[in-house]
Design a protein around this ligand. Structure first.
Ligand code: GAP
Length: 530
């Protein structure tokens, strides 16, 4: 993750917000390449769900809505996350995420690595007195190693295998002096309290310039409600027939208890949501169809299938409005986590808003002459999470043979004594997502005729593609720079180009090069990029 984030900062994809003032924690800005990637992603989504289907209409509702919307939707009452606060380090942890956080915590990762294989309690004791002291000073195993070890018994022998019960094990290394298992703090190892607290996630603001008369309103926590409350407007203005959907992309805000993992969980983020209205009897079938449709979208945009999975929710984790839900999860560098949720919201929302507003939001079926509340299937994805997932998926470090300037094959040696392989970092983003499609680079920046031709070619390409011109370094450096931002093709203008009117086109993923005549270049690129 650090490598991806470092590239993001170095090349201008993502910056910490308000960095010159020390940063506003867990808030991020998208730089020149980041905004292009994000816009390309949103365009690809819109194309797939609005333009390429005939059953979905677009919308763009306001972020601020009438406060009654949030009463009716149940968000004011139910949009809560239970959490615990560590009494030692004072950090907060979401109750439903605490075990994931322990599994990925620095101290547990270190302990797990130490105990890989059939290690005995001596190894554990050594860990407690060295790494443990630094990483989890408040863990019982660190504070009272001998007593704690006596409660562990020979569980440690199964530690390297898969069959041990993780929670039982961790409970014991965090146990009280009486040997009672406890949940340790993912940060410092101190036992967490058994009682949890609850926090509402709605972010409030004041609506109106004068304090005395201003009204408290909420920044929407999901874009969905803007579509539900416009249901009747859509029926009256566009007369769609079931099944049909509404699609919207926009900002959402939540007072998250534990934001983190870069742009994965933040308090301000962007969603891409579809509300798909169906007959109640076809809801299950449409839910399955949407899960498959959305899963395939990520793969069609180049995401590795092995990094994606579907996870149906258990009854206990369903949101207050949902009858069923399946998450599409991505294998992020910090573990499998939700990318998008596809839920069957039943008739909850239309019924709630009908009751609260007094306006009956039912659909009239002409053929059957009946009026009913449609069910809603909701594929709801995060733009920022998708950007982060695509960046992680596309990040590669490759060894390049300095002699051939090609990717080094397994077993291949670099020719020459003392010659080191070059390392190239490359973002292998799908062509529809890559911020820049083509870069034009003069081989010799001190030869005005070459520079002039290269600039002319770049200006021409810019009329058709997102193209860049760069002459600020030696060619090797320029290639690396373009690789790092995922540019698909580099066009190099050299001395020969002045005579034969041909340029070298280098392919990002293979690094293979071919000579193409300047007058055919546009058609050549169009064929590859469209
Ligand atoms: N309307 C349904 C809804 O909002 P959700 O599962 O709470 O469902 C949908 O959110 C998607 O929005 C998630 O799958 C995730 O991609 C994104 N998302 C939710 N909370 C987020 C946060 N705090 N930061 C970034 N993305 C978030």
């Amino acid at each position: 993750m650090e490598k991806v984030l470092s590239l993001c900062k170095r090349r201008g994809f993502i910056f910490q917000s308000s960095e010159i003032y020390g940063g506003l924690s867990n808030t991020w800005d998208y730089g020149p390449y980041g905004v292009e990637l994000k816009n390309n992603l949103k365009r690809a989504w819109w194309k797939s769900v609005v333009y390429q289907r005939g059953d979905i209409l677009g919308m763009d509702a306001a972020i601020l809505m009438h406060p009654k919307v949030w009463e009716a939707s149940g968000h004011l009452k139910n949009f809560n996350d239970p959490f615990v606060k560590c009494p030692a380090c004072l950090l907060f942890f979401r109750l439903d995420k605490v075990w994931d956080e322990i599994w990925n915590s620095k101290w547990f990762v270190s302990l797990r690595e130490t105990m890989m294989g059939d290690k005995d309690s001596l190894h554990m004791l050594r860990w407690a007195k060295t790494e443990g002291r630094k990483l989890s000073p408040n863990l019982s195993l660190v504070k009272e190693p001998e007593i704690t070890l006596s409660f562990i018994g020979d569980l440690h022998q199964k530690f390297g295998g898969v069959e041990f019960d993780f929670k039982t094990y961790v409970g014991r290394i965090a146990c009280s002096q009486a040997g009672i298992a406890q949940t340790p703090c993912p940060n410092c190892g101190n036992p967490l309290p058994e009682e949890s607290m609850s926090a509402n996630l709605m972010l409030a603001t004041q609506f109106g310039p004068v304090k005395e008369t201003a009204q408290t309103v909420f920044l929407r926590p999901e874009t969905a409600q803007g579509m539900f409350v416009n249901f009747q407007n859509i029926l009256d203005s566009r007369h769609p027939k079931l099944p049909f959907g509404l699609a919207q992309i926009g900002k959402a805000f939540r007072n998250e208890i534990t934001p983190g993992n870069a742009t994965f969980r933040t308090r301000e983020f962007e969603q891409m949501e579809i509300e798909y209205f169906v007959r109640p009897l076809e809801a299950d079938e449409k839910l399955s169809e949407w899960i498959a449709y959305r899963f395939d979208w990520y793969i069609a945009l180049g995401m590795k299938k092995e990094n994606l999975r579907q996870r149906p929710h258990g009854k206990e984790e369903l949101a207050h409005y949902a009858r069923a839900c399946t998450d599409i999860e991505y294998n992020f560098p910090f573990g499998w986590s939700e990318l998008e949720g596809i839920a069957n919201r039943g008739d909850f929302d239309l019924k709630q808003h009908s009751e609260a507003s007094g306006k009956e939001l039912k659909y009239f079926d002409d053929a059957a002459k009946e009026r009913f509340y449609p069910y809603i299937i909701e594929p709801s994805g995060g733009v920022d999470r998708a950007v982060l997932a695509f960046l992680s998926d596309a990040y590669f470090e490759e060894k390049v043979n300095p002699h051939t300037n090609c990717i080094k094959m397994e077993g291949e040696t670099s020719i020459g004594v003392g010659v080191k392989d070059n390392l190239r970092v490359v973002l292998k983003l799908h062509k529809d997502l890559a911020p820049t499609k083509v870069a034009v680079l003069p081989l010799l920046r001190n030869r005005p005729e070459i520079v002039e031709l290269a600039r002319k070619i770049a200006a021409d390409l810019k009329q058709s593609f997102i193209a860049a011109y760069d002459d600020t370094g030696a060619i090797g450096k320029l290639y690396r720079r373009q690789d790092e931002v995922g540019t698909l093709y580099c066009v190099t203008v050299d001395v020969q180009s002045l005579e034969d009117k041909q340029v070298t086109v280098r392919h990002r993923d293979t690094m293979l090069q071919e000579r193409i005549s300047v007058d055919k270049l546009k058609d050549y690129l169009a064929e590859k990029l469209v």
